[in-house]
Write a protein that binds this ligand. Structure first.
Ligand SMILES: *Cc1c(COP(=O)(O)O)cnc(C)c1O
Length: 230
């Protein structure tokens, strides 16, 4: 099932991209495997899938150790400073950097392990109280501050849009994030790249692609509904 679902979503992504004049190759599908068993991940690995998304550091590290072949694990969920040391050399990309305190910890742990942490800045575009992320107007000063951190490389921006019935309602947020990336790019800040826009989930990934997403994070449509009570 999982394989078929993945293929279907990948096909929808490709078609959406072509329809809006984009190259499908510019869009990475991250299979969000949080709460799902390793066997589901292995099924996708068997058809060549290489990008997986996890919310929890413990789960990411477990799966990282156990997979039959090296794949990329994205840390997409909120990251607590005390967990940074476990994940900094395992996550291929940390999507959820949203404070100077967290960035300092990532810098410190990445330096210790002699790696460069690849990160995105999480922006709470819709300003939902329940979500993490910087406000739009906080992002430029934040980028300027952490761009001097030698062991951190800023790759772009991430947002989690509100859960809505009609995904069209989220278009405005995706558009704001894309514009913000352009504004930052035009500043040509050293060590800052804005090539990644991580936006769009099961409900709204097509709209996100139309607005410029380069990574979509899809869980439910690939693996089915999650059960947090087990
Ligand atoms: C769970 C999660 C997703 C996937 O959500 P679906 O609606 O199941 O596709 C994407 N991004 C983040 C940050 C998540 O926590």
């Amino acid at each position: 099932m999982v394989k078929e679902n993945y293929r279907l979503i990948r096909k929808e992504i490709d078609e959406t991209a072509v329809k809006c004049g984009r190259d499908p190759k510019d869009i990475t599908l991250i299979a969000v495997s949080k709460t799902k068993p390793l066997s589901d991940i292995e099924e996708l690995i068997s058809i060549g899938v290489e990008d997986f998304g996890e919310n929890k550091v413990q789960e990411l590290c477990d799966k990282y150790e156990k997979v039959s072949k090296p794949v990329r694990f994205h840390q997409i969920g909120h990251l607590q400073t005390n967990k940074v040391k476990y994940v900094v050399d395992k996550a291929c990309l940390i999507h959820s950097v949203d404070s100077v305190k967290l960035a300092k910890e990532i810098q410190k742990e990445a330096a210790k392990k002699n790696v460069t942490a690849e990160i995105l800045i999480e922006v709470n575009v819709a300003e939902e109280d329940s979500k993490f992320g910087l406000k739009v107007n906080e992002v430029v000063p934040f980028v300027e501050e952490i761009s001097s951190f030698n062991n951190i490389h800023i790759n772009g921006l991430m947002t989690i849009a509100p859960f809505v019935e009609d995904p069209e309602e989220n278009r405005k947020y995706f558009r704001i994030l894309a514009q913000l990336a352009l504004d930052i790019k035009s500043k040509n800040i050293d060590n800052v790249n804005m090539s990644v826009l991580s936006m769009g989930m099961t409900n709204d990934y097509k709209i996100a692609i139309e607005e410029g997403a380069t990574m979509v994070r899809v869980g439910t449509a690939i693996f089915g509904a999650r059960n947090y009570n087990i």
